[in-house]
Design a protein around this ligand. Structure first.
Ligand code: GSH
Length: 283
């Protein structure tokens, strides 16, 4: 049991036995814990990821680029099992000192380039291929929504999801705080999508690619237990319209299962190296 009268000590120390879902991998330090290289395939783009909401932003973007005819966006996608600590190998940390998926290695230019942070990956690919990020006066609006998403995801995942679904006990205060914030964020998107087909305006952009993976699981259910009901997600009808519309896109359908290691067999794709890997999958 947690102590409701807890008074923080003068200096915080790490308690590895706190019982939280990720207590075994969480530590207050950065850096590699194990010497191990990453696998590398044939394509210019190497994606190291897992099909979490942050992870599929990158695979959806790559599949959307391919769908739009940018054949140079062919990529190898490798599963990083974050529950087993793959993000703390020396190879991964060399690409991402923050030890989080998704992480991209771009070998298409003179020098290999590492890109970490999902928002940076989306911008890097959008600029490289000249797609899904306008260059006219609407660019700032799209970037505003992209950064809104990246900045607000921790309140939904690390805040609401953690305390509602993952914490070892239910604590009323953080659940109230992050439920309110998650609903407020849904309302922001709902009001925007009431008057606009897409978050950035009239075109589908990186802002939609970043936001869809976080909002869709609440609309369809299947994230954080009964969160859909608990947060009355059915109230956000414009978000629901937009989620259902985007879920039909072939690039979204493929990207969502890349590096998926759970669910039905025909909805998992542990590694992706070519379009043929989707054969027989339920997409
Ligand atoms: N701000 C980062 C967040 C990425 C992130 O939180 N990734 C999670 C999975 S969704 C992760 O790798 N967690 C592993 C860990 O915390 O050790 C981004 O947008 O790329």
């Amino acid at each position: 049991m947690s102590d409701p009268t807890y008074t923080p000590p003068e200096v915080w120390t790490h308690d590895a036995e706190n019982g939280g879902k990720f207590a075994n991998i969480n530590r207050p330090t950065a850096g590699a814990r194990e010497e191990k290289d990453l696998p590398v395939g044939d394509h210019d783009f190497q994606l190291y990821s897992l099909a979490t909401p942050n992870g599929v932003k990158a695979s959806i973007m790559l599949e959307e680029l391919l769908e739009a005819g940018h054949s140079g966006a062919e990529y190898d996608a490798w599963t990083v099992n974050i529950g087993e600590g793959d993000q703390f190998t020396s190879g991964f940390v060399d690409l991402n000192p923050n030890s989080k998926i998704p992480t991209l290695l771009d070998r298409s230019g003179d020098q290999p380039v590492r890109v970490f942070e999902s928002g940076a990956i989306l911008m890097h690919l959008a600029e490289k291929f000249g797609a899904f990020l306008p260059t006219d006066h609407t660019r700032a609006e799209v970037l505003s929504w992209l950064f809104w998403q990246v900045g607000s995801a921790p309140f939904i995942g690390g805040g609401f999801g953690h305390f509602y679904a993952y914490a070892p006990e239910k604590y009323e205060y953080p659940i109230n705080r992050y439920s309110m914030e998650t609903k407020r964020l849904f309302d922001v998107a709902n009001q925007r999508l009431a008057d606009n087909e897409y978050l950035g305006g009239k075109d589908y952009t990186v802002a939609d690619i970043a936001t869809f993976p976080w909002l869709a699981p609440f609309v369809f259910g299947g994230i954080y237990g009964e969160a859909r009901k608990f947060l009355s997600i059915h109230e956000y009808t414009h978000v629901e319209r937009w989620v259902k519309q985007l879920a039909e896109r072939p690039g979204v359908r493929r990207g969502r299962i890349v590096n998926k290691t759970w669910g039905e067999d025909n909805e998992q794709l542990l590694e992706r190296h070519s379009p043929a890997d989707f054969k027989g999958k339920n997409i």
